[in-house]
Design a protein around this ligand. Structure first.
Ligand code: PRT
Ligand code: ZN
Length: 284
């Protein structure tokens, strides 16, 4: 029994998808035939496709699971399930207009031409807003459409915003926030589901590790109690005596979100020599 995963052949999601598998301890042989590769230490076969085709292949069962951006998933409207969000490939699908335009809300789009590679998502958005506009589906370089007189607005993926800026456009509405997700065929058999659960367990351990840091610090013993109170840790922090008497070494795990705030408080409480180390895997 082997689980088949579809990932992007080349492009923005290819590298991060392979990296995730590697972090899950899965070695993929980089065979000459880059259409398909097999893992040497997990029952997994990797297929390399264009991202646009992945939802269809997973729905049809050509692949059991796949990694794709939510933007592609919602545009293709295939009946597959999201097994997990993966935290990379983050971007947003936004409407942009010429920067000199007097944009006064979504009503301003009424009767306008909107160029996009995401006609389904844009139409759904306009319907929700009760706005009628003309959608021009084009296959690439959407950002030049207003400049060449093809449309008054565009809807495209944005990450840094520099593409819009360089083309004299401004972002006016965000329709969708997107990241890479792991999708699965909705009728996986028990054996394949078991393999997927095994993979998901590893993915979750990798994700948790990324969101947390291992922190080591030196604390004067008379401040130890206060410092320990500041540390959430997995259970409670590890405390070891230092060679220098009156001092201890404290080890704990901190979440990225609360990290800076706690570090500040630790310093204020007398902690010294604070080391922050990345965690590779975290199994709770
Ligand atoms: O060949 P294939 O069809 O597989 O690839 P593709 O060309 O369709 O997709 P690719 O590799 O460009 O993107 C794959 C996925 O990465 C997308 O479906 C998104 O889920 C995700 N992603 C994340 C992005 C971006 N960020 C992104 N910035 N996809 C595209 N862009 C483009 C955007 O279209 C625009 O042209 O980057 C430009 C904007 O970037 P900024 O930084 O200038 O704002
Ligand atoms: Zn594509």
């Amino acid at each position: 029994m082997i689980l088949r995963i579809a990932i992007q052949k080349s492009g923005r999601l290819n590298e991060d998808s392979l990296k995730l598998l590697k972090e899950c301890g899965i070695d993929i042989s980089n065979g000459v035939n880059r259409l398909k590769a097999e893992a040497s230490n997990f029952p997994l076969e990797v297929y390399f496709f264009r991202d646009d085709d992945i939802p269809q292949y997973v729905e049809d069962g050509v692949a059991d699971i796949g990694i794709v951006g939510e933007n592609v998933l919602y545009e293709k409207k295939k009946s597959v399930e999201i097994a997990d969000k993966l935290g990379f490939g983050k971007c947003r699908l936004s409407i942009a207009v010429d920067k000199s335009e007097n944009y006064a809300g979504v009503e301003s789009l009424r009767g306008k031409r909107i160029a996009t590679t995401y006609p389904v998502i844009v139409q759904q958005y306009l319907d929700e807003k009760n706005v009628t506009a003309e959608i021009h589906e084009i296959s690439g370089s959407v950002e030049i459409a207003p400049g060449i007189g093809l449309a008054e607005a565009i809807c495209d993926l944005v990450s840094s915003g520099s593409t819009l800026f360089m083309n004299g456009l401004k972002e006016v509405e965000t329709i969708l926030k997107s990241e890479a997700v792991l999708i699965k065929n909705s009728k996986l058999d028990v054996e394949k589901q078991r393999l997927l659960d095994k993979l998901l367990f590893r993915i979750q351990s990798v994700k948790k590790a990324k969101n947390n840091k291992y922190v080591l610090l030196n604390a004067p013993n008379d401040q130890l109690e206060e410092i320990i109170k500041l540390l959430p840790g997995m259970k409670s922090p590890t405390v070891l005596p230092l060679a220098e008497s009156g001092w201890s070494s404290v080890h704990s795990v901190l979440n990225e979100n609360e990290f800076w705030e706690i570090i500040e408080k630790l310093k204020a409480a007398g902690a010294q020599g604070i080391l922050v180390v990345p965690i590779e895997k975290m199994v709770l």
